[in-house]
Design a protein around this ligand. Structure first.
Ligand code: NA7
Length: 567
């Protein structure tokens, strides 16, 4: 036991990890089993799985391919696990993560149903004091946030009359654990992002009537589940190293590269042939395996945007409804791309109605339904597929206090800053797995990278008896500036979405993640390591014994070490 900053006695550990999803499970495995640290994971859900514990709405599935939406750190795990198909549904992903927790005996160090309510860095001991909703206080040398960017911060828009509605209401990110029976009911879905597009066809299959309240139509590409079969998945297993090597050094964490050409250099016929071939394959390859400039040059993007609009028109029987489903206010893939199955055909069903709430805005919920500016829709169930306070939201749900009591919420008031998306100046010994400013794409690949990188960094600290590490403010500022510069070279800033915080009223609007490629991010991180963790400074004058005796640590006398220049 040790004495925490305010004098409360707390259990002493090497590391506390927040979250038991993809990131937290692997982080626990590395820190505990490879470095031999004492570690505890706190998870607010009633089971492990993170996103795949919470996202249980009808049709919830990942839209990355199964064989790269998983861990690669254990060849045995990859060889023994058999995915059922191309895009696993929530149940299968949850089963996979549960299997990982069991196989690597992780559960004994995970506290479920326990929310971390605050974390404060203690300048005197160079340790974090972590408090939980169940009243625990823990002192830990390292705090690792493995909280993802979405699942813990669902966004419920401030629609008037929310509490007046007498029917059932669900947010897709907090779908009940027990089955919800929609059979024969009048259902309204608000939102047509990735989640809405996945759930609408499934809800339509059960509901008596479905009203989709759409504010912004988006671009979606076909999933083509049927294009991947058992033989394909076995072949991937046989070429494990090759597939993973390609994913690790790719644009977005998928095992493909763009075709190296500019869309501007091809003839209309060549472009059509390129798009047709990729459209037939389906999935994210349509974006990441296509022309090199689709996401950076508006003219190239206009070609693909027009192609996708034409394909949408082909699938919707009523031309007036088709027009309403066409995205026109943002470039293709400038919002997080959507992958769909039977989405557009759903609007050909007689009991499915598209309501354009940009033209006729939602005014309020009533006891019996939803009212727009021109009429009332009687509903039994309302589904909010309205997204998340993404990337920063999960961090600002609890109090995080760094050196000298500086609050993370204050530090990020104008938008998040970090060094490499992993560390924040003034918040020593805090490590974020895919935090704000980290890379974007197929997340398990990014997560494994970050977890390995953090593990190596902690090993480095321990081998040299450093008790404290902190990002230098200058390195952080340069990283943020570089990241914003890379975003400016893409079309992402031309769209309002959660990628820039624009989906949350009042949230600073700017890119929240690094839109450079995965391979670039990896290279930068490698350079930082080879320069002796440039951009960080290390403190080594706080003996662990100081914690044991409750003596103030020697912050003022600490030997701060700065190595190299940041990459
Ligand atoms: P998204 O992509 O943020 O989509 C949210 C949807 O909800 C989007 O269509 C919004 O319309 C709509 N929305 C939000 N508030 C309102 C109000 N007040 N009225 C009408 N419509 C509203 O969230 P998802 O859950 O679909 O996906 C998030 C990520 O999860 C996804 O990118 C994957 O990474 C997994 P808008 O477009 O803002 O006009």
């Amino acid at each position: 036991m040790t004495r925490a900053a305010n004098g409360a006695r707390g259990e002493e550990l090497d590391a506390v990890i927040i979250g038991a999803g993809f990131s937290g499970l692997y982080m626990l495995h590395r820190l505990r089993d490879d470095l031999g640290l004492s570690v505890r994971v706190y998870e607010m859900g009633q089971d492990v799985g993170g996103t795949w514990f919470w996202s249980r709405y009808p049709g919830a599935r990942c839209d990355s391919e199964s064989y790269v939406y998983c861990y690669s750190f254990s060849r045995e795990l990859a060889q023994e696990w058999n995915w059922s198909g191309r895009y696993p549904e929530q149940e299968e992903l949850f089963a996979y993560l549960s299997h990982v927790a069991d196989r690597f005996e992780l559960r004994r160090d995970i506290r479920l149903s326990t929310e971390v309510t605050s974390a404060a860095f203690d300048d005197r001991t160079d340790r974090w004091t972590v408090r939980t909703g169940s009243g625990e206080t823990i002192s830990a040398r390292y705090l690792v946030t493995a909280i993802g960017g979405l699942a813990s911060a669902p966004h419920l828009p401030a629609i008037e009359g929310l509490s007046d509605f007498r029917g059932e209401a669900y947010h897709t990110g907090r779908w009940p654990q027990e089955p919800v029976d929609l059979t024969g009911k009048r259902v309204g879905v608000i939102g047509t992002g990735s989640t809405g597009v996945q759930t609408i066809p499934r809800i339509a299959a059960a509901a008596a009537e479905l009203f989709v309240f759409q504010r912004s139509p988006q671009f979606a590409v076909p999933a083509r589940d049927e294009m991947v079969d058992r033989a394909y998945l076995d072949d991937v297993k046989a070429h494990y190293d090759e597939v993973w090597d390609r994913a690790h050094w790719s644009i977005g964490g998928f095992p493909w590269q763009h075709n190296g050409r500019s869309a501007l250099d091809d003839t209309p016929e060549q472009r059509r042939a390129t798009f047709d071939a990729l459209w037939a394959e389906g999935g994210f390859k349509f974006i990441y395996g296509s022309y090199r400039d689709l996401l950076t040059d508006r003219r190239a993007n206009d070609f693909v945007a027009e192609y996708v609009r034409a394909r949408i028109r082909e699938r919707v029987a009523d031309p007036r409804i088709a027009e309403q489903l066409l995205p026109v206010d943002h470039p293709f893939a400038a919002r997080r791309p959507i992958v769909e199955t039977n989405y557009y055909e759903t609007y050909n069903l007689p009991h499915v109605h598209l309501v354009d709430v940009r033209r006729r805005p939602i005014e309020r919920l009533t006891a019996s339904g939803l009212r727009t500016s021109d009429r009332e829709y009687p509903l039994d169930v309302i589904v909010f597929a309205t997204g998340f306070d993404a990337v920063t939201g999960p961090y600002l749900r609890f109090e995080v206090e760094g050196r000298n009591g500086v609050r993370l919420a204050d530090k990020w008031a104008a938008g998040p800053c970090s060094y490499l998306g992993v560390a924040v100046s003034e918040f020593p010994n805090l490590f974020m797995v895919t935090g704000p400013g980290s890379t974007f794409g197929n997340l398990p690949v990014a997560i494994e990278h970050d977890v390995d990188w953090i593990t190596d960094l902690i090993r480095y600290l321990r081998e040299r008896s450093y008790t404290c590490i902190e990002a230098e403010p200058e390195a952080e500022q340069r990283w943020v500036a570089d990241m914003l510069h890379r975003a400016e070279r893409t079309l992402v800033p031309l769209a309002d979405s959660w990628l820039t915080g624009a989906n949350i009223p009042g949230k600073p609007n700017r890119p929240l993640i690094d839109f450079g490629s995965f391979s670039n991010y990896r290279r930068v991180c490698e350079r930082v390591v080879s320069a002796g963790y440039s951009g960080f400074r290390f403190g080594s004058a706080v003996p662990d014994a100081g914690v044991e005796t409750g003596q103030p640590s020697l912050v003022n006398g600490a030997v701060w070490v700065t190595t190299g220049r940041e990459a």
